[in-house]
Design a protein around this ligand. Structure first.
Ligand SMILES: NC(=O)c1ccc[n+]([C@@H]2O[C@H](COP(=O)([O-])OP(=O)(O)OC[C@H]3O[C@@H](n4cnc5c(N)ncnc54)[C@H](OP(=O)(O)O)[C@@H]3O)[C@@H](O)[C@H]2O)c1
Length: 227
């Protein structure tokens, strides 16, 4: 299988590259020119296409011939970086390619997610502050996901909980909606977020789903496990 990883040089992206190579996939990575050195340990094992992830020509070249595209959706800046990236992937990926995108729990597909007051408050404050200093535009990540939800491509949007570093615990558990008690621990190892995205490439049950994930060893999962 040939796959493209859009945003390959970030923390999540590098885990995606590792998992993909472990599975023997042919990997094309997209990252900013200045970040190529972050992928030095993969030299000779992946093809890198430098450029901004919302550059349509870059994405058209990178996804050509790929059976799957994994996209790290980040709401950087205030110039439609996230929605531009998502739109380019939707427009140029092969018609039958599996498309898997990352985002956070704050994205809701159907409005049925139940958030704590603390979560909503934090999101509002962080979103407002970040937009004020023009670093991040969370609304643009929301727009990106709306475009994906309404597309007829074979998409999955993986919604990550809070993240931590550390060794893999295994494939995260998922639920359709935030608010499900199984997700209460709100913590996933970043390496396992990547594992879930890679696994989604070959899991057709996740097509047109927006799984909200949590680590499989977290207290909220373990307390629900029937012995
Ligand atoms: N962090 C969390 O706690 C958390 C929680 C839930 C979900 N998520 C989701 O997880 C995904 C990855 O998040 P992460 O926090 O782990 O980040 P990450 O993997 O470190 O990814 C950051 C990405 O953004 C790029 N980037 C950084 N600064 C940029 C700029 N100024 N302009 C354009 N691109 C820039 C990085 O590229 P370079 O390598 O070129 O810098 C990298 O590809 C996102 O979809 C996020 O919504 C994160």
């Amino acid at each position: 299988m040939k796959i493209c990883i859009v945003g390959a040089s970030g923390k999540l992206g590098q885990y995606l590259v590792e998992h993909a190579l472990d599975r023997g996939y042919e990997v094309v990575g997209v990252c900013r020119e200045k970040s190529i050195e972050k992928l030095g340990s993969f030299q000779g094992r992946i093809k890198i296409i430098p450029g901004k992830t919302n550059d349509r020509q870059v994405i058209e070249k990178a996804v050509s011939g790929c059976d799957g595209v994994l996209t790290v959706l980040v709401p950087w800046g205030v110039h439609n970086y996230s929605s531009g990236t998502a739109q380019a992937v939707l427009d140029f990926a092969q018609p039958n390619a599996r498309l898997v995108f990352s985002c956070g729990w704050h994205i809701s597909r159907d409005g049925q997610d139940l958030y704590t007051k603390k979560f909503i408050w934090m999101l509002r404050v962080v979103g407002w502050l970040a937009r004020l200093i023009r670093i991040i535009d969370i609304d643009d990540q929301v727009e990106a996901c709306q475009r994906i939800f309404s597309s007829d491509t074979r998409w999955t949007i993986v919604r990550g909980s809070d993240l931590e570093e550390g060794e893999s615990h295994g494939l995260p558990i998922w639920s359709q909606h935030v608010g499900d008690p199984v997700l209460k621990s709100n913590m996933t190892r970043r390496v396992d977020f990547a594992l879930f995205m890679i696994d989604s490439l070959v899991n057709n049950d996740l097509i047109h789903q927006a799984p909200a994930i949590v680590g499989c060893q977290t207290p909220s999962v373990l307390s629900q496990t029937v012995v």
